[in-house]
Write a protein that binds this ligand. Structure first.
Ligand SMILES: [Fe+2]
Length: 157
């Protein structure tokens, strides 16, 4: 399954959501060479605790900001899937697309326009991108740290 709606995760209260200036002030965690289209940031301690309550295993929770067309890719670190919750879709009818190949993509095998503020699960080890954005596409992302992955350091800890 490429895309799955998730019901066990809650609506995120507005009081726990930071604005983009505050988010960016935490510093990009991702490789800076990709910063012109993708960056990610720690969430607040309060939001991390709020989300962790819904999982038995330790999670990483981050804001993702997409500012330009993503190349077709599979996610770094061998992540199989992640949970995502859009705070800004980045434009009207922006779609997530899954492709048959990273190096020689010819066919979209699945596409979906994820709605605002609904948790969903994305398959991230199959080549994917999104259609162009008109403004920053902002989401909260949750994934399970792998053994070779550093678990998030909580802000103010
Ligand atoms: Fe991805």
């Amino acid at each position: 399954m490429y895309y799955e709606e998730i019901s066990f995760l809650p609506h995120v209260p507005d009081r726990l959501i930071d604005d983009l200036t505050t988010i960016r002030a935490r510093g990009n965690l991702f490789d800076p060479q990709y910063e012109h289209f993708y960056s990610c940031f720690l969430v607040s301690r309060e939001l991390k605790i709020f989300l962790q309550n819904y999982f038995e295993h330790t999670i990483n929770a981050r804001y993702q900001v997409i500012t330009a067309q993503l190349p077709i890719h599979v996610d770094a670190g061998g992540l199989i899937s992640k949970y995502n919750y859009l705070l800004d879709t980045g434009g009207d009818a922006v779609e997530t697309r899954w492709w048959d190949s990273v190096t020689n993509p010819k066919t979209v095998v699945y596409k979906h326009c994820a709605p605002l503020k609904h948790w969903h699960k994305l398959t991230t080890d199959i080549p994917h991108d999104i259609t162009p954005v008109a403004r920053p596409r902002i989401s909260i992302e949750i994934h399970m740290p792998k053994n070779d992955y550093v678990t998030d350091i909580m802000p103010d800890e």
